[in-house]
Each structure stands twice: as C-alpha cells, then as structure tokens.
Design a protein around this ligand. Structure first.
Ligand SMILES: [Zn+2]
Ligand SMILES: [Zn+2]
Length: 462
C-alpha cells in the first residue's frame, strides 16, 4: 500500500494542475447547498443496499472497467484532457442521480476521469467525499488492481530483451522472522549461454555524480577525464561544470543540470552555491545525486507526455522504488541537506516541499549507499583532479576489487547492475569501465549457462 501511494504522489507532484477542476467542485458544492445533508441520508440507504448487493455484480463491474480502460486511448493535450474529464464526471454524476440501479454504470466514467486527472490522489479524496460509498469502493479496488498489474508487468519489460538478462524470482537466502514461508528475491540471470570473456551487456547510469573535486577535470555527465587535448564544453550559465562533448552537454543539461545550475555567469543563485559549497566541503555526492534524480523526474514527466500511452512506461521512480536500501536515522546533516535541496529545486519541481520528507530523503540516500558502484579515475588523463583527502563524511558504496578509494572519481547507480548478486567465493562476472567513463560493462569470467545468476565480488555496504 505504501508503495502505491507514493507512486501516485510522485505521478502528481510534477504536474501543475489547472484550477479548472477545483473550480468545478466548488461550483457543485455551492450550486447545491443541501448536498451534504442529502449525502448522509444517502449513506444510510447505501449501507443497507451494500448488504443486499450481490458480490458477483461488483466483481464483474470491476473486471469490465479494468478491461475497458486497458484499451482506452486518452487525450494528451491539456484542453482536451479537461474537456474529457468534465464529460466523464458529468456522465458519472447523471448516472448516480438516476438512482442505485445505475451505480455500477457510473464507475467507468468516474474511473476514466481519474485516468486523465493530473493529481489522481486529490481526485480520489474528492470522490470519497462526493460519490456514494459503493462506487468509491469499486474505484479503489480497480486502482489497486491496476497498480498490481503494472507492478507485475515491470519484470516483463525490464531489463530490455536486448541485454539477454532477466530478473528472475530466486529463493531468498534470508530467513524471515517467525514464519517458515519461503520468500523470494529478484536476481539477475542470463537468458542465453555465455562464454568466458564475453561482454554480457553494457549500461549507462540512472544517476551519477563526481566527487566535487573532480568537477574541474572530468565530464559532468559521463565522468570521463577531460585532458588538455580533448574537447571541453563549459556550461553556458555557470563555471562549476564541464563536459567532454556537446552531446554530453546536451544530455546533462536536459536531464538535470538545467534544473540545478547555479547560473553564476549571470546572476548567481546563492542557494545553489550554498548547496555546492556544502557538498564540496564535505566531499558528498549523494545529496547531489538525489537533487539530480528529483530534477530528472520532472524532465521524464515532460518527456512522457509525448510518448505512446499504449506502451506502459516505467519511471525512474518505478526503478528506484524496487531497489533495496540501507536504513538510517535522520541527523543534523540530513535535515540540512533536505532544506538545501528544497530551496534549490523550489521553483523547478512543483510539490517538492511536501514530497521530500525525512523518510523519502533517507530512503533515497540509503538506496544510493547500498547500490552505487564506484567509477574509477581514468588512467588516460594526465590532469586528473586530486581527491581532497578523505576528510568530510565518507559515503558508502559497493567497493569493487582492485579499486582503492583513492582511485574513485565518483559514484553511479544503475538500473540493471544493481541486481548483480554478491559472493566473494563464486563470482562469475566482473564489472569494468572499458571506455574510461561511467558506462559499465559486465564481463563473464567463466562460462555461464542460460538461467544462471550473475554474481560478482563487491563488498556489500553495511
Ligand atoms: Zn562526457
Ligand atoms: Zn551550469
């Protein structure tokens, strides 16, 4: 339940809703002053009715609506969405007005309205107050079934077939307290036979960050060391970051930098500078990565509107939500970090103030600590940045064999490679960075048979 609520909240925060809907409900309320009184009488009648109602009817209505909305195509333009929403809601309401016989028929239009509403959770709360309880309960059931369907569908689409790896349900090694039920975990298995030495797949990060002291010498996006001879592209608006190519600049700007650039070539953002200075002073990457992750969610949401709706689209949140994490307690520093991120993103990420609670921040931080891999300092560069000692707060990550902390230029989180299993005794793959940037390759160190789990020998963060 917790995860589905979060999903809804995040789906809602990044869209600025027009005031049309609010105005509509307010209008309804004022137009009909007896509304509330009527509702309570209605409620009593409903309870009696609910007992009589055949459960089978409810189930078949739920199934029918699920099937129909799965085939629906919804409008994408704001004005069309609003018109569609109004139309569905008024259909639903006129059916309700015709009496209990039509309650089941009203579920479909009410649910369709929900599908285009930018803040579904808000609408659910409005439904709770305005529609008869029997209808409300059906809407809730359909929502949770759709959510489940989507969660199961995730592992059919991810990882992409082209990688020849799958996330299989494997028996969990951890015994669960107080029950003998076998539990499962998701493990990464190969979908074909692999020969020793073969590159199984490559992957670029979901999110990454350099140690602050490397920003002057490494690409802000792909983390490659930028030598004297290679192309350097500066950010047009700030002096804090460089890119190795115009393509890295374009992608880095689009995905997150545009949202958190300090803009100091023009009118510097002091909140942005404070945040950078804080991370620099303490040698931190995770607060930066979290700010970038939150910014990239907005970018994704904007991008999403242009993509095909028939293909179920999973967001970065859907990925990160499924990852395991290290639990931790709030400290003075985390409280300060949350405040800084909220200030940096205040105008760019609508709803950030409510969304970024202690719990969510610590969870994101814990996910980064448990799952991030270190990116090595490239051996190619002669003018590499120098690590400012190990002062400040050292963040945890999955240490890779043969890579000392002094060899680490930054950290990165990956969608697929997060699921690589861990064993010091029986590793069958190794992680390498063949292009001297943050693109990760998984290479077989022995023959691996189809269906076998991929395992490497990183140190598990504790
Ligand atoms: Zn680059
Ligand atoms: Zn910039």
């Amino acid at each position: 339940m917790k995860s589905s609520t979060l999903g809804l909240v995040t789906a809602g925060i990044v869209v600025i809703a027009g005031i049309t809907y609010v105005v509509y409900y307010d209008y309804q309320r004022r137009k009909n002053p007896a509304y509330r009184q009527q509702k309570s009488k209605e409620k009593k009648r409903e309870i009696k009715q609910a007992i009589k109602t055949n459960k089978q009817d409810t189930l078949s209505t739920i199934q029918k609506v699920l099937d129909l909305v799965a085939q629906d195509e919804y409008p994408t333009l704001t004005e069309e969405k609003e018109a569609y929403f109004m139309n569905q809601v008024s259909q639903g309401e006129s059916l309700v007005a015709k009496g209990e016989t039509y309650y089941h028929d009203s579920v479909l239009p009410f649910y369709r309205a929900l599908k285009v509403y930018p803040k579904p959770l808000d609408l659910i709360m409005m439904y709770q107050k305005t529609v008869p309880d029997a209808i409300f309960q059906m809407i809730i059931s359909i929502m949770s079934l759709e959510q489940k369907k989507m969660q199961n569908g995730f592992y059919e689409q991810f990882p992409p077939k082209s990688t020849f790896v799958k996330l299989a349900e494997l028996p969990s090694l951890e015994a669960r307290d107080g029950d003998d039920k076998q539990s499962f975990r998701r493990g990464l298995v190969v979908d074909k036979d692999i020969k020793a030495g073969e590159v199984i797949y490559t992957e670029t990060p979901l999110i990454s960050a350099l140690y602050p002291s490397f920003e002057a010498s490494n690409c802000h996006f792909c983390m490659k060391s930028v030598t004297m001879s290679s192309i350097k592209v500066a950010c047009t608006n700030c002096n804090n970051v460089i890119f190795c190519s115009t393509e890295c600049e374009r992608q880095g700007q689009k995905l997150y930098h545009q949202f958190i650039c300090t803009n100091d070539k023009f009118k510097a953002s002091t909140v942005g500078e404070d945040f950078n200075n804080y991370c620099g002073r303490n040698n931190l990457k995770y607060p930066q990565m979290i700010a970038r992750f939150l910014a990239s969610m907005v970018e994704e949401e904007m991008d999403d509107k242009q993509t095909d709706q028939q293909q179920q689209h999973y967001s970065s949140w859907d990925h990160i939500e499924r990852m395991r994490y290290l639990e931790s307690l709030p400290t003075e520093n985390t409280v300060q970090e949350i405040e800084m991120i909220k200030r940096v993103l205040a105008n760019k990420v609508p709803g950030i103030d409510k969304f970024l609670t202690d719990d969510i921040y610590l969870m994101l931080r814990g996910k980064l600590a448990y799952n991030s891999y270190p990116i090595p300092v490239s051996s190619a560069g002669s003018d590499n940045g120098v690590r400012d000692g190990q002062a400040g707060m050292e963040e945890q990550y999955r240490q890779l064999p043969g890579m000392d902390t002094k060899d680490v230029a930054g950290l990165a989180l990956y969608k697929i490679s997060t699921y690589i299993g861990q064993s010091m005794e029986n590793p069958n793959v190794k992680i390498i960075f063949a292009e001297n940037n943050n693109k990760l390759s998984v290479v077989a160190t022995q023959d691996i048979q189809k269906g076998e789990e991929l395992i490497t020998d990183y140190v598990v963060p504790l």
